[in-house]
Design a protein around this ligand. Structure first.
Ligand code: ZN
Length: 290
């Protein structure tokens, strides 16, 4: 097997659930805009696209049909082999009541029907941005873990604070998550850990040895966390979901611009940007749909 230790994967989080056109007019909203932004990001060096969907008015959307339309628009770019990572947050980000079995099903259905290679797996509940509860009930996490195991969709285990890492390790012991786990450290969300290099070093220190990981600092911590992550051997996540600015007071032109900066930083560090094929090998992904 080729040595992939000098490769760094760039994930791009295209829209998320929260940023609006008021925050940044370049935010992709419609399925076609999201697909175009994924394509532009892939060209700039992204190997994974993390997908949420929106209604036409920009509000967060939980409708399966909208996911379907969006994923089909991305897959219509036949030359683009980017790995797809669909959010499992569904309507849990305070959009409606997350605590029902029907809600669990609506969060899993897009994954089962559209078979991305990855999905987000938020390993705990938190007070989200001082606005709402981002609810990930143990019942839901068990169902989602079972789904991932059965359908070979790789969970990207999102960690907002240290407790979630320990939960993930318990789930590995119980067989709900499979090693090697892929962690995505999301730092700087109000309600989670702050985005400092000290906290990044701490989270890395409690990770199990047999894992892969990436990190993203939200907002102004974006670039410092990216640089520290490169230095510490992690993969990167960028995108308008996490950060609508390029520099302080200067809005990002789009996801492609944020990906291009990450790619430059990786190369300046003497490393290489992983292609989607290399990302599949590094993370052990199963490609269900060409
Ligand atoms: Zn997300």
């Amino acid at each position: 097997m080729a040595d992939l230790s000098n490769k760094r994967i760039i994930s791009v989080a295209i829209t998320g659930a929260w940023p609006t056109r008021k925050d940044n007019p370049a935010l992709p909203i419609t399925p076609q805009e999201i697909a175009d932004s994924v394509y532009e990001s892939w060209k700039a060096g992204a190997a994974i696209a993390h997908i949420h969907v929106r209604n036409d008015d920009g509000t967060p959307c939980t409708e399966f049909e909208r996911y379907k339309e969006t994923i089909e628009a991305i897959r219509a770019y036949k030359d683009c082999d980017i790995c797809l990572n669909i959010t499992s947050s569904g309507g849990s980000l305070g959009i409606d009541d997350g605590n029902t079995s029907a809600q669990d099903e609506s969060r899993i259905k897009p994954l089962r029907e559209l078979l991305p290679e990855m999905c987000s797996y938020d390993c705990g509940t938190l007070n989200w941005m001082d606005k709402t509860i981002f609810e990930n009930h143990p019942r839901f996490l068990e169902k989602l873990g079972e789904f991932c195991n059965e359908y070979k969709v790789k969970p990207e285990v999102e960690i907002f604070d240290a407790g979630m890492m320990y939960t993930a390790m318990r789930y590995v012991k119980r067989g709900i998550l499979q090693a090697p786990v892929h962690f995505q450290l999301i730092m700087g969300a109000a309600g989670g850990t702050t985005a400092t290099v000290e906290n990044l070093v701490y989270l890395k220190s409690i990770m199990p040895e047999n894992c892969t990981w990436g990190a993203a600092g939200l907002g102004k911590a974006h670039v410092p966390i990216m640089m520290a992550t490169i230095a510490m051997g992690g993969h990167l996540r960028v995108g308008l979901e996490d950060n609508v600015f390029y520099h302080k007071g200067q809005l990002a032109e789009g996801n492609g611009q944020l990906v291009a900066r990450a790619a430059r930083l990786i190369r300046e560090a003497g490393l290489e940007v992983a292609t989607p094929a290399e990302a599949r090998e590094i993370l052990g992904l199963t490609r269900h749909v060409e």
